[in-house]
Design a protein around this ligand. Sequence first.
Ligand SMILES: *Cc1c(COP(=O)(O)O)cnc(C)c1O
Length: 218
Amino acid sequence: MLVTDKLLHLKEEIGKEVTLVAVSKTYPAELIQMAYHAGQRDFGENKVQELSEKAAVLPTDIRWHLIGHLQSNKVKYIASFVYLIHSVDSMKLLQEINKQAVKNNRIIRCLLQIHIAEEESKFGFSYAELNSIIEKKEFNTLTNVSIIGLMGMASNVGDESKIKHEFTGLKTFFDTIKKQFTSDFTILSMGMSGDYRRAISCGSNMVRIGSAIFGARN
Ligand SMILES: *Cc1c(COP(=O)(O)O)cnc(C)c1O
């Protein structure tokens, strides 16, 4: 099936309540252009350099999502245009994003990434860390950051009940912590090609899907 057909089928399947972020990392700009022509506007990349290079040659109304681990010293390269940063995992990073947002005279939308998987390698706050971060006084000085929700990645295993447990746990936490943020706190980004159906059934309203649209990555 063509990229455009896969995209349209997927959009129909997930419905209007769930935002589809087409994860275009490693795929060439021409494929992104095809998806764009099929109406897709939200694209996700996991590396700052690749994101910047693609943004420079693709239509300016694309909403670019940074979904991979972000080092503080690279925030400046995307601060002027990034639409949403999904992978905020430290106070230091939040402060740097705020600083660069001030410089660019804009508000940068962020999601706080929560570590829900068992694997060591996945970044993110624990539930306890997140609770303590939002109590800190620095947290209230982030004038140019808008925290609009949470992101999580489930364990990369075939164990359905485990994945369901991780997604449900994040959804429950999201609902509990919501009242401590502004009314903009509405996004729960969870679900990828292999587990988006499960994620949506557990309450996700933003999915990040790459290979199921563009084909397997090398
Ligand atoms: C690569 C990536 C995805 C998409 O993965 P697919 O399995 O290709 O859908 C989603 N989220 C993050 C954070 C990623 O790095």
